[in-house]
Design a protein around this ligand. Structure first.
Ligand SMILES: Cc1cc2nc3c(=O)[nH]c(=O)nc-3n(C[C@H](O)[C@H](O)[C@H](O)COP(=O)(O)O)c2cc1C
Ligand code: SF4
Length: 472
């Protein structure tokens, strides 16, 4: 029988309530068996990171412990939640922030780190309130193992969720990605990290010799780890699939009857999740395309039978990402989906790498030209050529996302692009990236203010004359 453990029906609002439903047991067990056996448990559970890439959590902990080897090290929890179509971490923090604090304490103890930080967007005020209260109560109850944990408010940018940019923000710098990953160059590393002088290890200068390797894990990953430690690896493996055990929190938004977010057993077919959380499609409408965030190749109705599992989705040519699914109906044109995604990425790109900023803007401009009926055949070829170069000297994964999403749309819906350049008007629906403010009463509430964000990160209201949410 399905028993939710991450999202209790009634929100947990005090440490007493958390203890009453088993809170504290995961940390107690970790302290009892010691750091190495704790890591072994998490490895044995098969828990995979819920931030998008699905990297095994236990293996990450093990390699961090080995890399740090008694030196300075930190844990950072990624609570940025900026992926379009995803509302899981905020739901977790609203329903039970205590389990996250426990997971953070367990991870910090396991890898032998000095302290931990939780990066949470400043604008997520309800979540800040919950998390702050949970932290204070858990500390007072002795349920953080004396580990210093700091909640750091961050900017409302997509890149705040990119792990190296998150470290920058925690240091009080702008949230722009670094050259080296957190396990090589962590938060408060004494080596230079952002410009041409960046280096992972210093040469002889003791002032510049501390790389401070840092573990970065998502909110759901760490919250789940608390349950794995309390109930054991076998319990966790009794749910989900072999490759992706346990439960996950899914979000469904877009053209479905309603929007929804809920805890789901891994292995549940995508179609069932869309029906349960989204209420299926409105009468007379069919699914045309599904995106998992803006990070994986587009999916069609053929994916509805695929079980929610990192490997199963990968085997069919896409990915589950952070389990936030954006559903487009059959009135949507693939050219507009491409424009919307590429525009989102070009705006959010920080501009440190030319190939990314200039390239995503170029691809977006071509997609828009085609979308508004001014495209030519060579523009399609030009998009193909340009997306190959987006990742030239890229620091982070963002331009790869444009490559992945746009090329998959061209492959899956070539006719939409050909029709558009042949003069058939694109049905522009003015869809925007589902940057979610909330999901309430079955409705997604989008951040309409984002429409005004320009590529230079200024907010401006220059025209929406064509019905497209941004014009030059
Ligand atoms: C542009 C960009 C945005 C990201 N946003 C988030 C985010 O909001 N939350 C998150 O947990 N991971 C995000 N990630 C992934 C993180 O870099 C990192 O892989 C993740 O936090 C690791 O956690 P996990 O191993 O527990 O999955 C983002 C990555 C990129 C490239
Ligand atoms: S790849 Fe793009 S988003 Fe990432 S650091 Fe470079 S310019 Fe910024």
């Amino acid at each position: 029988m399905f028993e939710p453990y991450l999202l209790p029906e009634v929100p947990v609002t005090s440490v007493t309530e958390w203890i009453a439903i088993g809170g504290g047991k995961g940390l107690a067990r970790a302290l009892d068996i010691g750091p190495v056996a704790t890591i072994d448990q998490v490895v044995a559970s098969g828990l995979r990171g819920r931030g998008g890439a699905g990297f095994p959590v236990g293996l990450k902990w093990r390699s961090l412990r080995e890399t740090a080897a008694g030196g300075t090290s930190f844990v950072v929890c990624n609570a940025s939640e900026g992926e379009p179509g995803t509302f899981k971490d905020r739901t977790l923090l609203r329903r039970n922030a205590y389990q996250l604090i426990e997971g953070v304490a367990i991870a910090t103890f396991a890898i032998g780190a000095d302290s931990a930080f939780i990066g949470l967007k400043a604008k997520y005020t309800e979540e800040h309130e919950n998390l702050g209260r949970a932290l204070a109560e858990m500390e007072a109850a002795g349920l953080t193992a004396g580990i210093p944990i700091t909640i750091v408010p961050g900017p409302d940018s997509y890149l705040f969720g990119e792990e190296t940019a998150l470290l920058q923000a925690i240091q009080g710098e702008p949230a722009a990605p670094r050259l080296f990953p957190p396990y090589i160059q962590g938060v408060f590393a004494s080596t230079p990290n952002i410009d041409w002088s960046a280096m992972p290890r210093a040469t002889g200068d003791p002032q510049l010799s501390d790389p401070a390797p840092t573990l970065v894990n998502n909110v759901e990953s760490l919250s789940t780890a608390a349950h794995v430690m309390a109930k054991g690896a076998d319990w966790f493996r009794s749910m989900g699939t072999e490759a992706t055990p346990g439960h996950g929190i899914c979000t469904i938004v877009g053209d479905t009857v309603k929007a929804g977010v809920a805890e789901i057993e891994m292995g549940t077919p995508l179609g069932e999740i869309i029906d349960r959380l989204g209420g299926g499609m409105p009468e007379g409408r069919r699914i045309k395309a599904i995106l998992s965030g803006i990070s994986n190749p587009v999916m069609t109705e053929e994916f509805l039978d695929v079980p929610l599992c990192f490997d199963a989705f990968r085997a069919r040519g896409s990915g589950i990402g952070s389990c936030g699914f954006i559903v487009y109906d059959d009135t949507t044109d693939a050219v507009e989906i491409g424009y919307t995604c590429s525009h989102w990425l070009s705006v959010e790109s920080c501009g440190q790498c030319n190939g990314c900023k200039v390239g995503t803007m170029g691809v977006t401009a071509l997609l828009k030209k085609i979308m508004v009926g001014e495209g030519e055949y060579r523009d399609i070829a030009d998009i193909g050529a340009r997306i190959m170069k987006l990742t030239d000297a890229n620091r982070c994964f963002l331009p790869e996302q444009d490559q992945i999403v746009v090329s998959s749309l061209l492959r899956t819906f070539p006719q939409d692009f050909l029709d558009a350049v042949d003069g058939k008007p694109v049905n522009i629906r003015d869809v925007m990236p589902p940057k979610l403010v909330d999901i309430a009463d079955g409705k997604m509430i989008l951040d309409e203010h984002w429409r005004l964000k320009q590529e230079n990160w200024a907010y401006s209201d220059i025209g929406t004359a064509t019905g497209v949410y941004r014009t030059e």
